[in-house]
Design a protein around this ligand. Structure first.
Ligand code: 13P
Ligand code: 13P
Ligand code: MG
Ligand code: MG
Length: 381
């Protein structure tokens, strides 16, 4: 079995949160090359999405391998040292603990891993986003694997007609549920339409049980208990054969859907698909970006990448994203451009609440009683 591990972290931005200094990538390549020489990795590719360092690795040690996770952690530490020497912004931002403890999950970095037997031809796409949160993949993954208006194969390819199984995580309660589509479609949508809480973790083919897609669901703010930057998630999708074709895996990104993130992780904005070279979110630290690196796997070797959104047929999506960005920006600090209060609790609002606590005066009387009634009703959900 081959394992494809994508592990990422923000270990320092250049300039601000907009991009990555080339020395960080060089350092990461140096570290991973050593691991390849020692036989730990079969192959690797290092890239970045905005200010997030992406380690794409193949090996035979399975998911959650301590050796591979330690390698990623130590690589991030080595890159943090480079970032500190250059005084890059937020050096070591996503390394939330002082010492590695066996698995990077819950320690800050984002992880998407899948183990499978390599097919005679194995096209995979690694999607990487910056300035957004883990639930950002819910809508595009739904479209790829459950929407017949997006994915022609669900209608016309016998290999896809049995549908797909979706694994959804409740990131607040730390539990999971599986939905079988098409029959569970409406129930699935009831949950994943609320991506701040319910995130699509994985998709499996119902024809043979094989893993089709995995995403990183780690929510930094919930791990850290405070705002430390956005999750900037990754997602790996296998294509063709029993899975959707490359072209339909890309198709959902022609609609730059609204995601949370952007400036200070506290706003919503359109997810703009772009070429690797354009993944440098600058306007209001955004708008949020997604890149796609396509590979053919050959005995574990990562043949590629092909820059999947470096294609003029995505120009219109980029243009739409810019227009939506203009429109939303004009709301300034008002909702819904700024995130709703419940979400702000995981970002910058708690400090402000604390600061102003003494200046609030209570109101007595009728209105207060009505508010109490509303609050107790709300508590029921
Ligand atoms: P080709 O005929 O170019 O191989 O494409 C086949 C296909 O299924 C495209 O989605
Ligand atoms: P990152 O999560 O990409 O570090 O962005 C943080 C931020 O606050 C941008 O304004
Ligand atoms: Mg950053
Ligand atoms: Mg980032």
């Amino acid at each position: 079995m081959l394992t494809l591990s994508v592990i990422k972290a923000d270990v320092g931005g250049y300039v601000g949160h907009s991009s990555m200094h080339p020395d960080l990538e060089s350092k990461a390549r140096e570290e991973l090359a050593k691991a390849q020489q020692s036989g730990l990795l079969i192959d690797f590719h290092v890239t970045h999405a905005g200010d997030d360092l992406q380690l794409i690795m193949t090996h035979e040690l399975g998911e959650d391998s301590t050796d591979v996770h330690r390698l990623a952690w130590e690589t991030f530490e080595a890159c943090t040292a480079v970032a500190k020497s250059l005084k890059l912004y937020g050096a070591g931002q996503d390394l939330l603990v002082d010492a590695f403890s066996g698995n990077v999950k819950g320690q800050g970095p984002g992880v998407a891993e899948m183990a499978f037997t390599e097919r005679p031809s194995e096209p995979v796409i690694v999607f990487m986003a910056d300035k957004t949160a883990a639930g950002a993949w819910n809508l595009p993954i739904y479209r790829m694997f459950a929407d017949p208006f997006n994915t022609a194969g669900l209608v016309i390819a016998p290999t896809l007609q049995e549908g797909f199984r979706f694994e959804v995580h409740d990131v607040m309660e730390n539990k999971r549920i599986f939905f079988d589509c098409p029959e569970d479609t409406y129930a699935l949508l009831a949950f994943i339409g609320a991506p701040a809480r319910y995130t699509l973790r994985a998709v499996y083919s119902r024809a043979n049980g094989e893993v089709a897609a995995v995403s990183s669901t780690q929510r930094l703010a919930l791990i850290a208990g405070r705002y430390v930057g956005k999750d900037d998630p990754v997602c790996v999708v296998r294509c063709q054969g029993n899975f959707p074709a490359v072209g339909v895996v890309l198709e959902p990104f022609t609609h730059p859907h609204i995601v949370e993130g952007w400036m200070r992780g506290s706003h919503c904005g359109p997810l703009m698909p772009c070429a690797l070279r354009d993944c440098q979110p600058r306007r209001f630290d955004g708008p949020p970006r997604v890149i796609g690196a396509g590979f053919q796997l050959a005995n574990g070797k990562l043949v590629g990448p092909v820059d999947m959104f470096d294609d003029p047929s995505f120009d219109e999506a980029r243009h739409t994203a810019s227009m939506v960005a203009d429109y939303l920006r004009r709301h300034g600090p008002f909702e819904p451009h700024r995130l709703p209060l419940a979400e702000m609790e995981y970002t910058t609002m708690p400090q402000l609440m604390k600061k102003l606590a003494d200046r609030w005066e209570s109101l007595d009387g009728k209105e207060a009683r009505k508010v109490e009634a509303v609050k107790s009703r709300r508590g029921r959900y």
